[in-house]
Ligand binder design. Structure first.
Ligand code: ADP
Ligand code: MG
Length: 583
């Protein structure tokens, strides 16, 4: 290690700039905020090579005078606050005055801007923090900012960037968040000349949702408007059937500013209570208006994190807002929120420490209130696939179906109850893996092709992974702006619920490269299996027999691909004990 020395100013500024602007999407976000702060009602965002080569944002906002334009790229140059008191009542997105200064430091920046009361505009060029051109020019009202060669002089940052797909995803996510909440402004996002997202100026927020996520999603949204203790929760939440495998389609705002806050997102999910399946995420666009003195937006330089002064209270209000919206729409019975939310999930299979020998099935639902404890011979019902050869399980003699969900059968070991959905999932899963291993996945054309409206990210992902999806048996075609056409699915599944395609695309969108990881692939296969199963289906005895025969052919008949048990055994000894025939 050499002697301690002070870094020169230029280097310090560059390092700091790289921290404010860590990837192209961060630059897009800052420019968007500036355009919105300038009162724009039309913003066009053009990016080339996911923003690496060029980002160009054109707005019809108030523009800058010559003098302001000369100042705007100086550190701490802001028109938005003057003194410390102003910090308490910030209504604009920006106020630190460091975004443009940072961008100017690490790119080739061009600004063209004009206010509507001046005859000509100003053109300004800055490279690596040095002004190289400043002159009056003719241009329309508003501002155009061009960021070329971002990070040209910060190689460390440049190296840190991910693939174009990932960087573009970040940009799409950023634009989406603003487009959803600033629906009074029209947005267009264009990548390498192709329109990726387009919204029109509107006074109805649901229009923006439809433009971003498609009409199907918009029609499944419920309006939220809830006030309590000075806090207003407003926006839209999806019906409980509209869910995703991850939180990508959740947009949360506090006082109009896009934020991430895991606790608030969780509170929204909790509001749904048992209506949501475990690991499913609702779709929502929610703005929480909180008196400024109750939040601290300034905690994070990127301003995307907020701190609430009364965390617990806000969470409770949000939970109630969701709950009462669902109640108003007759989706849940009226009742106490807290009680409902604490009950999820209803069914809990809990294993004692010696999980092989005892399986306790606890029914926490008040309807039953019973508590079974089933003593089982060691290994019989373990989730270890090889504990007992499947053949030894049968034969099963089907007695009947219960509640359109369970198959009741007799076997040499006792009475066995099967969860027909779990069984079907297991059977489909292994058939699919088998076909995949032999590269012999059969595709089945859909008689009526399905057209799905997807969000821009899902759209880009579908096109990117089109070939890969084809190898899995999914035939997906480009169907114009943010729509895809599904014309074939793996034959094994025959039918698939629509949500599978969203899950599939959202999972693929998470990939940081172009290669599909095993983990993502097995996830896709698992939820395909789940989506292929129809709930509450009446089965004939021959159908039940076929299903159980097929189960016996699987390598792991004891659990579904998600790990839930497929069967529960009640031995004769169990019965005798329950009926107190033996002591
Ligand atoms: P901040 O937004 O925190 O004030 P920025 O560095 O983002 O800091 O911008 C500096 C100043 O430049 C802003 O306060 C604003 O006056 C001006 N400015 C930037 N972009 C625009 C724009 N698109 N239209 C009008 N003025 C702008
Ligand atoms: Mg700003």
């Amino acid at each position: 290690m050499g002697a301690i020395h002070l870094l020169d100013d230029a280097l310090i500024t560059k390092i700091a700039a790289g921290e404010v602007i860590e990837r192209p999407a961060a630059a897009v976000k800052e420019l968007l905020e500036n355009s919105l702060d300038a009162g724009a009602t039309d913003i066009r965002i053009e990016v080339w090579e996911a923003g690496r080569r060029k980002i160009k944002i054109t707005d019809n906002g108030c523009g800058m005078s010559y003098d302001d334009a000369m100042l705007c790229c100086k550190r701490h140059a802001t028109s938005k606050i003057k003194s410390e008191e102003d910090l308490n009542a910030i209504l604009s997105f920006g106020f630190r005055g460091e975004a443009l200064a940072s961008v100017a430091e690490i790119s080739h920046l061009k600004i063209t801007t004009k206010t509507n009361d001046s005859i000509h505009g100003t053109h300004l060029e800055i490279e690596g923090g040095k002004q190289i051109k400043a002159a009056p020019c003719g241009c329309p009202d508003g501002t155009t900012i061009e960021i070329g060669n971002l990070f040209f002089n910060v190689p460390a940052r440049k190296k840190f960037l991910k693939s174009d797909a990932v960087e573009l995803n970040h940009i799409i996510a950023a634009v989406t968040k603003y487009a959803l909440s600033n629906y009074g402004c029209a947005f267009a996002l264009i990548h390498d000349g192709r329109v990726i997202l387009r919204t029109a100026k509107t006074d109805k927020p649901i229009d923006a949702i439809a433009a971003v996520y498609g009409n199907d999603v918009a029609q499944s949204m419920l309006k939220v408007q809830y006030t309590s203790g000075g806090v207003v929760v407003a926006g839209f939440i999806g019906r409980p059937t509209l869910t995703r495998a991850d939180a990508a389609d959740q947009s949360l705002y506090v006082n109009g500013r896009a934020i991430t806050n895991r606790f608030i997102s969780e509170a929204i999910s909790e509001g749904y209570g048992t209506l949501l399946f475990t690991n499913r995420h609702p779709v929502f666009v929610i703005n929480i208006t909180v008196p400024p003195n109750l939040v601290d937006v300034n905690v994070h330089p990127k301003k995307s994190y907020v701190r609430f002064r009364h965390d617990f209270l806000i969470k409770q209000i949000v939970r109630h807002a969701v709950r009462s919206t669902l109640q108003e729409n007759n989706l849940v019975a009226h009742g106490s929120v807290e009680k409902e939310t604490s009950q999820r999930p209803i069914h809990q299979y809990s294993f004692t420490p010696e999980r092989q020998s005892t399986l306790a099935l606890m029914e926490s639902s008040a309807n039953y209130g019973t508590h079974f404890e089933l003593q089982m011979p060691a290994g019989e019902l373990s989730d270890a696939p090889d504990a007992l050869p499947a053949k030894k399980l049968g034969p099963f003699y089907v007695l009947g179906q219960f509640n359109k969900t369970y198959i009741v059968a007799e076997s040499p070991h006792g009475m066995v109850i099967f969860d027909q959905h779990a069984v079907e999932e297991r059977v489909n899963y292994e058939k699919f893996l088998e076909q995949k291993m032999h590269k012999a996945i059969k595709k089945q054309g859909l008689i009526t092709a399905k057209v799905l409206s997807v969000n821009p990210l899902q759209y880009a992902t579908a096109l990117k992974f089109q070939k890969y999806l084809d190898t899995l048996g999914f035939a997906i075609e480009d169907f114009g702006e943010n729509s895809i056409k599904i014309s074939g699915v793996p034959q094994i599944f025959g039918r698939l619920r629509d949500e599978i395609f969203f899950d599939l695309l959202n999972s693929l969108a998470q990939l940081t490269g172009d290669v599909v990881t095993l983990e993502i692939e097995s996830r896709i296969i698992r939820f395909s299996c789940r989506a292929s199963v129809k709930a509450g289906q009446e089965l004939t005895k021959p159908q039940m027999n076929t299903l159980l025969d097929n189960l016996l052919l699987t390598k792991n008949p004891y659990t579904c691909p998600h790990g839930r048990p497929t069967m529960i055994l009640f031995s004769v000894a169990d019965m005798e004990k329950k009926f107190k025939r033996v002591v």
